[in-house]
Design a binder for this molecule. Structure first.
Ligand code: FAD
Length: 379
């Protein structure tokens, strides 16, 4: 067993850390305040190969391993939750399913521009009545000649109003529940595809969480991704793989909060000495450091299994369940260490505290992760 990162993984870590510190960190607070979508940053990420990380080079990606990809998400999340989720969604739930389930023609038309970062990707499963229960999807696609006609609404879609290409899971047979789901690739600008409201959120505020509206939206038959009726399997296989990326995001947010707490504990003086000299603060920092490290190991183990072509469903869910929980705990304690100042927007821990919460909700809530883990354990 070797716990060392490879030379390539260390290079990715160093490159993304420098980029995140220089380009993202200085504007992360402003992005949070304004909710403005960080297009400038996304455009700078493309030439660094951050927008098609695990897609093979033959399709325009970086062809990099999953552990490197997890490291990159962590480093971005360490400074900005919004940018990290835009990046994770693009890579994990848009590029990945098109690469894994797409035809060569679909890869040429959609994956290549996505993987090179020319275009931005999104993923739409959630509806007003279908969150954890994907079988309750009501958006319907009906075949009409060489086109499918889509009608219905999707909500909470990351980058929804900004993405050029979306992987959308809808029903092609409402009577069949999960067995009636099918997946389509939908392009921005398709007639009949418009946007509803953009959510005003607690955290990851610059990630354009948007309602998508389909009204007699005609999609070429060739945009069916995978087989008709296999949309649930495709969606679950995608989320199995992607949730380790949200776990990496949670580790990044926790690490960012921990770094701030350590810095503050050294600077802030009370009772004539830095608060880091008090055992109560030291113990908090010790627990926080230990949990961040444990969460990172879970993420890297899940990514390692994926890199090795082995089953990773359980480990990916475990990584997300644990990392999101400790992100909440670590961000909370980092804020506590900052005292009253931590409760103000002058200190970045206030934002980390808000950003941590979403990692327990999207790409499967913690309750859903427990269902996945228990199902695997009881097999
Ligand atoms: C900022 C943000 C970004 C998002 N981005 C996307 C995106 O890009 N694409 C997309 O498709 N979706 C996205 N989502 C949606 C997200 O994945 C869902 O919100 C999430 O899956 C939960 O669904 P829900 O909100 O409908 O909650 P519900 O499913 O209604 O759950 C409510 C509560 O009940 C619990 N619960 C539900 N079923 C069970 C059960 N069987 N056993 C025990 N407890 C249960 C849940 O865990 C939760 O605590 C995003 C959401 C947010 C907030």
């Amino acid at each position: 067993m070797n716990f060392d990162l490879t030379k390539e993984q260390l290079m990715v870590q160093s490159m993304v850390r420098i980029f995140a510190e220089k380009e993202i960190k200085p504007i992360a607070q402003e992005l949070d305040a304004t909710g403005e979508f960080p297009w400038d940053i996304i455009h700078k990420m493309a030439p660094l190969n951050l927008m098609g990380m695990t897609v093979p080079r033959e399709w325009g990606g970086a062809g990099i391993d999953d552990i490197s990809y997890m490291i990159a998400i962590e480093e971005v999340a360490r400074v900005c939750g919004s940018t990290s989720v835009i990046m994770a969604v693009h890579n994990s739930v848009c590029c990945y399913p098109i690469y894994k389930f797409g035809t060569d023609a679909q890869k040429e038309a959609f994956l290549r521009p996505l993987a090179s970062g020319q275009k931005l990707g999104g993923f739409a499963l959630t509806e007003p009545g279908a969150g954890s229960d994907a079988g309750a999807v009501r958006t319907l696609a009906v075949l009409d000649g060489d086109e499918y006609v889509l009608n219905g609404n999707k909500i909470f879609i990351t980058s929804g109003s900004e993405a050029d290409i979306l992987v959308v899971i809808v029903s092609t047979d409402l009577s069949k529940g999960t067995k009636g789901l099918s997946t389509f690739i939908v392009e921005k600008g398709t007639p009949g595809f418009t946007y509803g409201s953009i959510e005003d959120k607690m955290g990851v505020r610059a990630s354009a969480t948007t309602e998508l509206v389909f009204e007699n939206c005609r999609i070429p038959k060739d945009n069916l991704l995978g087989e008709q009726g296999k949309g649930f399997n495709l969606g679950m296989a995608t989320l199995d793989a992607s949730r380790m990326g949200i776990a990496a995001q949670a580790v990044g947010i926790a690490q960012g909060a921990l770094d701030e707490a350590v810095k503050y504990a050294k600077e802030r003086e009370q009772f004539g000495r830095p608060i880091g000299k008090f055992q109560a603060i030291q113990w908090m920092l010790a627990e926080m450091s230990t949990k961040v490290k444990a969460a990172r190991f879970l993420v890297h183990k899940a990514a390692y299994l994926k890199d090795m072509g082995k089953s990773f469903t359980k480990e990916s869910a475990m990584a997300k369940l644990y990392a999101s929980r400790i992100a909440m705990e670590v961000a909370n304690n980092a804020l506590q260490i900052h005292g009253g100042y931590g409760y103000t927007k002058d200190y970045v821990v206030e934002r980390f505290f808000r950003e941590a919460k979403i990692t327990e909700i999207y790409e499967g809530t913690s309750e859903v992760q427990r269902m996945v883990i228990a199902r695997e354990a009881l097999r």
